[in-house]
Design a protein around this ligand. Structure first.
Ligand SMILES: [Fe+2]
Length: 610
């Protein structure tokens, strides 16, 4: 199965069936589950023998078979039952390896290795099936670089040359519909110019906008001069060049505005969370830059400066600003706040939440009639993006609750068919880390997400990757007792991408067994992309970071001859290909002309062939 979205979109629109023991899986004794899995496998083997002339697929795999692809083929149907899984492996693997399978010589010479492979394959299969769902827990863990912040004297934090040169430059959307940007920067020595000069060609800045400047103190740290300038009235789908700063210290950047709001407008988002400022963080941000993502959806926990004390908190906010500039000066970042932005520090007299964050990272909250920069909405091309604050009041009657109630009513699926929600603490997560921390927001907002058919909810917080099936738990109330999530085609897919690479390290312990609602999970650093093709289709992709060495998944088997021999560069940045990534095709089935109601959405996990 390839990653060619066009090909996959042509597949039938089937709501995947429930796994046989869905809803009964969690908490079962493992022996019982293994016994049941054995029975399931034996039954399926018998069925398969009736349908397939070559029943023992395991023996027919040559030594270089791609275990990874097998693994992913197995889960491609989401809710597919084990029988489907086994069948799909047979179908997908036999044609390419038929010659080897038919060779008695090969079978003889590799009898020992085949036995080993059989045992390994069986264990992989059992581990996937025994949890009672088609979800996958990837065993891959990459954590070779230490989870420590890059030293301040590293070049990634370099202060731009020149007196009072602008630094920490970043942009975000400045209005509701994408015809404005807010440009922010810091000058260290004095206020300097507060103007943005911009135009349609490099070096010709025919327009000017003037912003504001402020600074603040945090304990004994005094910030630089923080400039924020709204540049509005822009043309859609246009590349703008801009210049800030004075004289020889001025610096130049560019950005591209999105298409007009249009249901079929294609657009590519990158999604990053919990980034921090480690070597892993650098890998994540540079990989994401190479995807061609036009805007970054950031799901909270920016700098991790709160891991420091006193004066160094501010210092690490500054270094993170210089670190993120490589992307954020060119691509708008849609900000959301995480727990590391709260910075409630009574020990140094800093007790106002979000002070550093709010001084530095403005959002266009007024454009969506929000009363706080911590929750707001923007529309961009064909997407309506709602940003929520996990760490602000959200229960009934609070400002955030009231705002969201109104904002969801403003969503016009005829204009923006893709409805995306960002938050920090995930509502669905099966990692031991931060387990259930999003439960209170789930209890308040989940029914709305289903009623308004949110397509996808991106969250961070957990330093690992996980994707859910389309499920909901809105039947539950304190007297009903029905407290387990069930498949719900009106529900969003919940994706946790808190794997940006901060100094706290990976969340390595997933709950066992894997809950039925969890489709794929892996404790590795990475980022995601969401590539909207038109009103009905989008391709979602999670990229695990590469650490500059040969891809360890080669040890599972070959990806392709090209991939197998490709040597990774020694630098931190390049990503040549993805391997064990999570690729999902989003289908929007429009059986009705009423585009306000998504009749069904189907996620598929597919293997990677090239
Ligand atoms: Fe967090």
């Amino acid at each position: 199965m390839g990653i060619n979205g066009q090909q996959l979109w042509g597949e039938s629109m089937i709501i995947p069936p429930l796994p046989p023991n869905f809803g009964r899986g969690v908490g079962r004794p493992s022996k019982t589950r293994r016994r049941e899995s054995d029975e399931v496998i034996n039954k399926q083997k018998k069925r398969s023998r009736g349908k397939q002339p070559m029943p023992e697929i395991q023996f027919l795999l040559p030594p270089d078979s791609n275990w990874l692809d097998l693994h992913q083929e197995e889960v491609q149907d989401g809710w597919s039952q084990p029988s489907t899984a086994i069948s799909s492996i047979q179908i997908s693997q036999f044609p390419s390896h038929g010659a080897a399978a038919a060779s008695p010589t090969w079978q003889h010479k590799n009898k020992g290795s085949m036995l080993v492979q059989l045992l390994f394959f069986s264990s992989v299969l059992l581990s996937c099936i025994s949890n009672g769902s088609a979800g996958v827990t990837s065993t891959f863990v990459r954590n070779e670089w230490p989870s420590v912040d890059i030293p301040l004297d590293n070049e990634v934090f370099a202060v731009p040359k020149g007196y009072n040169a602008p630094q920490q430059v970043h942009i975000t959307q400045g209005d509701y519909d994408g015809k404005a940007v807010i440009i922010s920067w810091v000058t260290a020595d004095e206020e300097g110019s507060n103007k943005v000069r911009y135009g349609l060609s490099e070096g010709k800045y025919e327009f000017t906008a003037e912003g504001t400047v402020q600074n603040y103190t945090f304990y004994n740290y005094k910030s630089g001069y923080i400039h924020q300038c709204l540049v509005d009235g822009l043309q859609y789908d246009t590349k703008y060049f801009y210049e800030i700063g004075d004289g020889d210290s001025s610096r130049r950047f560019w950005f591209r505005t999105p298409s007009p709001i249009d249901p079929d407008a294609p657009y590519k988002f990158g999604i990053i969370g919990d980034l921090g400022q480690t070597y892993n963080s650098l890998s994540t941000i540079e990989h994401c830059m190479q995807t061609g993502a036009e805007t970054i959806l950031f799901v909270g926990d920016l700098s991790y400066a709160d891991r420091y004390k006193y004066h160094d908190v501010g210092v690490r906010w500054d270094s993170w600003g210089r670190f993120a500039e490589r992307s954020a000066a060119y691509q708008p970042w849609i900000w959301s706040a995480g727990n590391h932005e709260i910075e409630y520090f009574p020990y140094m007299g800093e007790v106002i939440p979000f002070r550093n964050y709010l001084h530095r990272y403005p959002t266009p909250y007024l454009a969506s009639e929000s009363s706080s920069p911590l929750w707001y909405a923007v529309r961009r091309a064909s997407a309506h993006i709602i940003v929520l604050s996990s760490y602000s009041p959200f229960v009934k009657y609070t400002p955030q609750w009231k705002w969201l109630e109104q904002e969801l009513k403003r969503v016009d699926r005829k204009k923006t068919p893709w409805l995306i929600v960002l938050m920090h603490a995930p509502m669905y997560n099966s990692n031991d880390a931060h387990f259930m921390e999003g439960e209170s927001m789930r209890a308040v907002f989940e029914s709305w997400f289903c009623r308004y058919k949110v397509d996808v909810v991106f969250a961070g917080h957990v330093h690992a990757y996980e994707r859910s099936y389309r499920i909901s738990n809105i039947r539950y109330n304190v007297s009903s007792g029905a407290s387990y999530p069930v498949p719900d085609k009106s529900a969003p897919v919940y994706i946790t991408v808190g794997d940006g690479g901060n100094q706290e390290g990976l969340a390595l312990r997933f709950r066992d067994p894997q809950p039925d609602y969890s489709a794929f999970r892996e404790a590795s650093y990475g980022h995601s992309t969401l590539e909207i093709k038109n009103k009905t289709h989008a391709l979602y992709h999670w990229n695990r970071n590469d650490d500059g060495k040969r891809v360890p998944t080669d040890s599972f088997g070959n990806q392709s001859s090209k991939k197998k021999t490709e040597e990774k560069p020694s630098s931190l940045c390049p990503i040549q290909f993805t391997t064990e990534s999570d690729i999902v095709n989003l289908h929007r089935n429009r059986r009705s002309a009423d585009v306000a109601h998504h009749k069904s959405l189907l996620f598929r996990l597919v293997g990677i062939s090239s």
